[in-house]
Design a protein around this ligand. Structure first.
Ligand code: FES
Length: 153
């Protein structure tokens, strides 16, 4: 009698553990599936960087600076300051500014961009990336998106 009751209790606890573990596994699976299909929307965050003093880059010239490990070009055009990433949009080589031709040149596959970052020739599929620029109190700032890692990256 006691043995039979012990047996039933053990069987109940064993089944309870198995069912509980299965429910938890299924719940976690559906939670992750939901997050994958409907990732939570995050507001983009930007960091503001000082890149130049106003008038430190003469009209028609560019100044190369480094942001992290990447080159960035501050270009003074008739319309004001524009700031471009120095990373070629083809395969990621570093472009250089050619002042006499008023253009960016990528030495890897001879990609050419004009002074506004548009592709003139070569394989680059799109213009140079541009940063949002703000001129404030004699200084030039850019806004760079802060990269945050999500659950799937
Ligand atoms: S990497 Fe610049 S043109 Fe190919």
């Amino acid at each position: 009698m006691i043995n039979e009751e012990n047996q039933k209790r053990r069987s109940f606890l064993k089944n309870f553990g198995i069912i509980g573990a299965l429910l938890i596994a299924v719940g976690l699976f559906f939670r992750d599936l939901w997050l994958y299909l409907y990732p939570p929307k995050r507001k983009k965050k930007f960091h503001k960087y000082l890149v130049a003093k106003l008038n430190s880059v003469p009209l028609g010239k560019a100044k190369e600076i480094t942001l992290g490990n990447d080159p960035v070009f501050v270009v003074h055009l008739d319309q004001g300051y524009r700031v471009f990433s120095g990373i070629c949009t083809h395969l990621g080589c570093h472009v250089r500014w050619e002042e006499e031709k008023q253009r960016f040149f990528c030495p890897c596959h001879k990609g050419v961009y004009d002074k506004t970052g548009k592709v003139i020739s070569g394989p680059p599929p799109r213009p140079l990336d541009q940063f949002k620029v703000e001129e404030d109190k004699n200084l030039v700032y850019i806004y760079v998106e802060t990269k945050t890692r999500g659950p799937w990256s």
